[in-house]
Design a protein around this ligand. Sequence first.
Ligand SMILES: [Zn+2]
Length: 588
Amino acid sequence: MAEAGSFADRVKQQADIVRVVGEYVRLKKSGQNFTGLCPFHAEKSPSFAVHPTKQIYHCFGCGVGGDVFNFVMEMEKCAFPEAIRIVAEKCGIAVPRQKERSPEERKENQQRALLVEMHREAQTFFVKQLEATLEGKAGQAYLEDRGLDKEAMTRFGMGYAPSGGDALLRHLKPKCNEKLLVESGLVSRDQSGGRLFDRFRRRITFPIANESGKIVAFGARALGDDLPKYLNSPETPIYSKSNVLYHMDRAKEGIRRQDFAILVEGYLDAIAVARAGISNVVASCGTSLAEPQIKLLGRFTRRVIVNYDPDAAGQIATERSLSLLLEQDFEVRVLALPAIGNKKADPDLFIREKGAEEYLKLLKEALPYVDYLIARARQMDLTSGEGKRQAVNFLLPYVQKIPNRILRSEWATRIAQQLRLDEPVLRAALSKAAAERRSELKIQPELVARAAKPVERRLIRMLAEAQGFRQELAKQLQNARLYHGLETEKIFEALVIASLSGQPVQATEVGAALEDRDRRLLFEILFEEANEPTWEEAMSCIEALQHRRAERELADVQRSIEANPPGQELRGLLEKKQELMRRLAAAR
Ligand SMILES: [Zn+2]
C-alpha cells in the first residue's frame, strides 16, 4: 500500500511503530520485541507483540497483524489516507495538503472544520458573557457559591449562556449559514420549523473537548430551576457522547503515568477532583459508560476506580459500567463515598465538605468491585431462600463477565462464603451461566494448529529477510519446485515472487496478498527468535526439503507397486524405488 517514494512510504520509514502503538497499548520490552495486552481482543496475559526493526505487530492470540498503518486503521476505525495523516502527525511529519479527496469527503471535512470553529467562537462568547455581563455576574456568584473561584472558571473554561434566547445566534449568524448553525447543536429550530433560537439559555456552560483538546460540545447547567438541570449538546458530526470522556484531553498524561483512571459522573465532579490535584479523572457525562468510551480509556490504562453518585441512579450507572468494564478486562475498584450528615455525597460535594486529603485517603481504600457488589448483595434479605436467590441472581452476571476462569472460580468461593450460600449450588449456577456465555467463545483464539516444519519456517524467514541471497534462494526453490504440495506453499509462492522482483520484501504487503491463516503463520514466523541466516544453512534446508520430497515419492511408488500393476510397469516402479532408496540412504 505504501508505494516506494510516496508520502505514505516516507511516513512509514520515519515512523516508529513502537512509539505509535505505545500510545494505545502499554508495551514492555521482551527480548527483541515489545509485548503488551492486545487491544483487539480481551486477554489477561500479553500475546500482542511489536517488532521494532521489522516495524510490524502481531497478536499470537487473535491473529491480527500488520504495519503501523494497519494498526492505526484498526484502532481508529479509519481509512488508509486518514491513517497516514494520523501517523504523520504523531511523528511530527508535515502532511502535504490533500488534493485528491473525493468532493463529498472534502465537503465533510470542511463542514467539520467549520463546526469546530463555531464551537471555538461560542466558547469565547460564553466566557465573555460570564465575565462581562450583569447576567453573567449572577452566574459567577452561583459558581463561587459552589466553591469555584476565578482561577477554576478560567482553567476549565466555564462560561455563561444568556437568557435572551438568541444572543449566541445573533453573534454567530453573520459568519455561518442557518443549516450549519442548526447542525452544530448550538442553535435549535422551534417545533413549527421556523424560528431559530439558542439551545442553551440562562445556563453555566462547560466546554467539552475531544481527546485532542478541541471543543466539540458543551454541557450546561441551569442557573435557576429550569429543567433539565443539565443539558448537553446533541449528537453532531463532530460530537458523539458515547465517544467522548470529559476531561480526557487533560487527564490522559496523568492516567498513563499513574496507570489508573478515576471515573466520575458529571463534569463538576471531574472538576472538583482535578482541582484537588488528582489529574487522572474523567467523567462519562451523565449517562452510564458506553463501550467506545471504555475503548478510549483502555488506550491509556486498564485500571479504573469508579466513583459515581451514591443515589439510586448512580448505583445503577455504577453497576452497568462495571459490567462493561469487566467485559473489556479492566481491573475495577469502586469508591462509594460516605454520606455527609444526611446528605449523600458526590465527589464534588465530598471534596468541598471534607477536603482533598480525605478524598485521596478513601480513594486509596476503594474496594475491589466484587467486594462492592457483595456489600450491595448483603443489603438484600439473606434470611429467606428467595432473598438468597435474588442475591445470587444479582451477582451472577458480573461474575460471568470475568474473562478469566480461575478468577471466576475464586470469586464464586468468596461470594459463597460471604453470603453463606451453599457453594456447590452457586458453582452449578455459575457453570450453567458460563456455558451460555457466548462472548467467551468469541475471544477464544483460533489456534494455528498447522505446525509448519522447522525447515519450512526457516526458509520462509530467509526469503523474507536474507538480503544477501534471498533472490538466489528463491530461484533454486522455484526451479526445483520444492515447495509444491507443502502446507506453506502459498506463503512460499508469495515470498518467492516478491524476492525475485528484486525489491525489498515488505512483510505486510506479502501478508496482505495471503489468506488470513497464511498471513498469521507468516507473522508468527517473523516474530520467532532466530540467528542471522547463512547460505550454508539455506542449502541444508533445501536438502532437507529434497529429502522430504524423495520420501513422499517413495511412498507413492510403494503404493503403486502394491496395486499390482502389469509386469512392464512394475519393473519400472521397482527401479524407481531402488533409485529413491539410494538417494535417501546417501543423504543420511
Ligand atoms: Zn489479539
